[in-house]
Design a protein around this ligand. Structure first.
Ligand SMILES: [Zn+2]
Length: 274
């Protein structure tokens, strides 16, 4: 099994602010939590949940030095644990060194971009100009991008943001050739795949299950499979905020083939892993 949505941090949030200066991600998402989640803690949790590999994501950094440090930290963790960790790298197209940083990460083994957080990073999803070079580089290297999405309804949580299906749909239309993984069930975009044109335009879109237990009734799994098929769903926990076991428990009654697609097969085919 592969957990396709986990996060680690190079240091405790308050220490990172001391070292790098202000960072909205840390101020908004970690105001009560001053713990650094280390690769060792992740590896320990993986062995308890019988997870073979985890994708380690970055956050939607707004401070470029911290973005670089976090990318390097993920790449170093991968270097030490190449059979267990799959590094993704953060991007922020507002910085002029962004493409250079992306190329560096790709050369060092980065397998995708994300987790992008358009509202914290203040990135317009329908502004083709800010995105096009980054998305082209990802497409040329057959690498996916993971984007944080949230629901226009329901409770607030730290870092929820307002990247709703409406904005995400505009982005997908701009970049039909890119493989796009929408975190947290796409903020509900998947329900609109019942519409013919949305289904067609979202051909290269996948939905991850990160933080599902905090957001939806466990029935979401069967309903999502019925709407988009298990070929478009990717298991991710959002560790450390949710333990992989809790989501796996909610999936235990799914058909074996669906479970296999969601926990392993789909992400392996996106990343060309064997
Ligand atoms: Zn997220």
């Amino acid at each position: 099994m592969i957990d396709s949505h986990t996060h680690i941090l190079p240091n405790k949030p308050n220490k990172l602010i001391e070292e790098f200066g202000e960072e909205k991600v840390l101020l908004e998402m970690f105001s009560n939590e001053q713990k650094a989640t280390t690769p060792e803690e992740l590896l320990k949790s993986m062995s308890l949940s019988n997870i073979k590999k985890s994708i380690i994501l970055g956050y939607g950094w707004t401070n470029f030095n911290l973005l670089q440090a976090s990318n390097q930290f993920n790449l170093d963790a991968f270097k030490k644990n190449p059979s267990k960790l799959i590094p993704f790298f953060s991007i922020n197209p507002m910085f002029k060194e962004n493409l250079q940083e992306m190329e560096k990460c790709i050369n060092l083994g980065g397998k995708g971009a994300g987790e992008i957080h358009p509202s914290i990073q203040e990135l317009d999803m329908d502004n083709e100009n800010i995105w096009k070079d980054s998305l082209k580089l990802l497409e040329e290297n057959s690498l996916p991008i993971i984007i944080h999405a949230s629901e226009p309804a329901g409770h607030l949580y730290p870092g929820k943001g307002n990247t709703y299906p409406e904005n995400i749909y505009k982005f997908i239309k701009l970049f039909p050739g890119n493989t796009i993984i929408l975190a947290h069930w796409g903020g509900g975009l998947l329900f609109y795949e019942l519409m013919k044109e949305v289904k067609e335009i979202s051909k290269n879109v996948y939905y991850d299950t990160a933080a599902s237990s905090f957001l939806y009734n466990p029935k979401i799994f069967e309903i999502a499979i019925e709407i988009v098929g298990s070929e478009k769903i990717i298991f991710g926990s959002d560790f450390p905020i949710l333990s992989p076991n809790r989501i796996l428990e909610e999936m235990k009654n799914l058909k074996e083939q669906d479970l296999m697609n969601i926990t392993e097969k789909n992400i392996k085919s996106i990343l060309n892993l064997n």
